[in-house]
Ligand binder design. Structure first.
Ligand code: 2B7
Length: 638
């Protein structure tokens, strides 16, 4: 693409101090998630270059000094003088909101901060270096301590190549943690590679000497194959694409013999975690086309026998990827993860309806197999609903239910359900402590015996047959699956409380997967939490005890204490704390720290289940090593 673009097309707006003052405004948070946001901001610029047709290789390196570098083979940032009197790279990297005039130049952007993020990263870095190959030369500049230029742009060599390399070290004064996670970066880059057909993204970890390279010539089709790798599939991946109203629609879908539905959507290569109009359009088309086919082929008769959306989505894995022009792009919701653009609904509906109808007519055997599965889903759903209703209404059912619950559940006495909390506690002994010392009015305790069932491939019937999960279902009392109604929940908060060790995070993942699959609105409405028990206690004097949540905090506190004597205790599990200690540190709303589980975390948990439950011992070990401290963001502090 020929672009009219020169050094003066960069606008100058603001200084970098603002970013250091309120980092959250620019990168969301200063925890692990915020830290990785820095990488995404830089990589986004490389991706933009690649999308525009310049450079099909991007490399991310984690260096031994804790810095991260990103290298692309694009055109290289322009290195001439900007009208402000500074070299253009200095403007891009040290002036907030320095970006090209995208609309006028037709420069496509991948989303996020619209390519203006590199100055934000600079502002939050101990150092940032840029090396640019362009016009036969190699140019270099360096900033330190939040974006102060310490080496002005200068030519340091010659090269026939072109491209940009940015290396930065996050400022520990800004971030709670500055250790990048190799797996987090790999996961995200693999996802990007699926969306950017034919572009290679390599991730190198120089600290632990490992590397991975992602390149997918068949794009989202391979994404679906990857997601379904451990499942039995009913047909080859179906790829549907088309353009309507300037919206480019691409869908890759494949049915498996499982009960789970997995729809992931993207708009301009940014994941829409909360769905939106495009997903609505897809679901509407899917339900209509399958019902039409079933009726016209005599598989169902009459109105009552229509298939529900959930029936035709059972076992479906699907990626929806849209390209929407900036001028009609609209995101909604608190985290802007939901597509608003109304035209996207009709565009996806039209493209999918037409192509899916043709596919089904041309592949009757596959169509019949999928529809038989949907019909079984409908029967199972109706049977489960009837069974639930019967259990709710009949006295026998009620007693039965009561009996199951009374054995284990310590109920809360309060009638104000919204303010009641259900603690799912790992182990009977910790459960006992929690029962004996809790706020009886508002806190209910349900002890769990070790690992719960892996629900990755479970149906509603399997849940009814599993004592532990059935107890959870009955305790919450709002049904499961399609019949789940979060407004009926007996608790405003459901809190998972496990040991702070590998088994504990495993149980968390299993439970989150269960809620994600069978009570998703509970997560969508922010009602699922993880309790964070302390790792240590320090006694600095008689009766003066403080609790420490992380290893980093311990290091800090030890430094502060210097030579002063203290007694250190490490808690290996919840059971090692006294009942009052457990309450004070982990359950009491006064001191506790709860992690609110969001949908993104939950879908990650579901994905990780493959790794955790699969046969791949090495993968599992690696995952656990990386995630013993669990990567869910602490975005809820009470
Ligand atoms: C909006 C700003 C940030 N930019 C360019 C051109 C190429 C280019 C960049 C980049 C991250 C880590 C390595 C355009 C765009 C600035 O203007 S930024 N490549 N890569 C990057 O930052 N990678 C460009 C038109 C003509 N020549 C060069």
């Amino acid at each position: 693409m020929a672009l009219k673009y020169d050094d003066n097309a960069i606008k100058i707006l603001e200084g970098l101090e603002a970013v250091r003052k309120r980092p959250g405004m620019y990168i969301g948070s200063t925890d692990k998630r915020g830290l990785h946001h820095l990488v995404w901001e830089i990589v986004d610029n490389s991706i933009d270059e690649a999308i525009n047709g310049f450079g099909d290789y991007i490399k991310i390196t984690l260096h031994k000094d804790g810095s991260c570098s990103v290298e692309d083979r694009g055109r290289g940032m322009p290195c001439g003088m900007h009208s402000s009197g500074k070299p253009t790279p200095e403007v891009i990297l040290t002036v907030l909101h320095a970006g090209g005039k995208f609309e006028e130049s037709g420069y496509k952007v991948s989303g996020g901060l619209h390519g203006v993020g590199s100055s934000v990263v600079n502002a939050l870095s101990k150092y940032l270096e840029a090396t640019i190959c362009r016009d036969g030369g190699v140019y270099y500049m360096k900033c330190e301590n939040g974006g102060n230029v310490t080496t002005h742009l200068k030519q340091i060599g010659k090269s026939t190549k072109t491209g940009t390399t940015i290396r930065f070290l996050p400022d520990p004064e800004i971030f709670q943690t500055t250790n990048f996670s190799y797996t987090t970066i790999c996961e995200r880059m693999q996802e990007s590679a699926f969306l950017l057909k034919g572009i290679t993204i390599e991730v190198v970890d120089e600290i632990n000497d490992r590397r991975e390279s992602f390149c997918y010539k068949r794009g989202i089709d391979e994404f679906v194959e990857y997601l379904n790798a451990s499942k039995n599939v009913l047909h080859k991946v179906l790829n549907i694409s088309g353009v309507k109203d300037k919206i480019e629609v691409e869908v890759a879908m494949q049915y498996t013999d499982t009960y789970s539905e997995n729809i992931i959507s993207f708009v301009n290569d940014v994941k829409t975690v909360d769905g939106g109009s495009h997903e609505v359009g897809f679901k509407t088309a899917l339900t209509r086309v399958f019902n039409d086919y079933a009726k016209s082929h005599g598989l169902i008769k009459g109105k009552d026998s229509s298939l529900d959306g959930s029936d035709v989505r059972e076992g479906l894995t699907c990626i929806i990827a849209l390209k929407i022009p900036e001028d009609i792009l609209q995101f909604e919701g608190q985290t802007k993860g939901k597509l608003g653009t109304p035209e996207a609904r009709s565009a996806v509906d039209a493209v999918v309806s037409e192509n899916l109808r043709t596919f089904l007519e041309e592949n009757n055997a596959i169509a019949t197999e999928i529809l038989n599965k949907s019909l079984r889903s409908k029967i199972a759903r109706e049977a489960a609903r009837k069974a639930r209703e019967a259990a709710r209404n009949s006295t026998k059912g009620k007693n039965n239910k009561e009996r199951i619950l009374s054995e284990k559940l310590a109920k809360a006495t309060g009638r104000d359900y919204i303010h009641n909390e259900l603690f799912l506690v790992e182990g009977d002994s910790a459960g006992g402590s929690a029962k004996s010392y809790r706020d009886r009015e508002h806190q209910a305790i349900l002890p769990l015996r070790g690992k719960v069932l892996n629900t990755e491939k479970a149906s509603e019937k399997d849940i009814e047959n599993n004592a532990e999960l059935r107890q959870i279902e009955y305790a919450i009392g709002a049904g499961i699956g399609e019949g789940f109604d979060y407004k009926e929940s007996n608790y405003g908060k459901v809190i998972i409380m496990t040991d702070a060790d590998v088994d504990g995070s495993h149980i968390q993942i299993l439970l989150i997967t269960f809620f994600y699959k069978f009570m998703r609105p509970l997560i969508e409405n922010g009602m699922l939490y993880i309790a964070t028990p302390p790792l240590y206690s320090i006694e600095t004097g008689k009766g003066v005890k403080e609790y420490i949540a992380t290893n980093e905090e311990l290091e800090e506190r030890r430094k502060e204490l210097g030579n002063k004597p203290y007694k250190l205790q490490r808690f290996k599990g919840l059971g090692e704390m006294d009942a009052d200690e457990l309450y004070d540190t982990t359950m009491s709303p006064k001191n506790r720290r709860l992690i609110r589980v969001n949908l993104e975390d939950a879908s990650l948990a579901e994905k990780r289940i493959h790794v955790l439950m699969g046969d791949e011992v090495n993968l599992r070990k690696e995952w656990i090593n990386e995630n013993v401290d669990f990567t869910l963001e602490d975005n809820f502090r009470k």
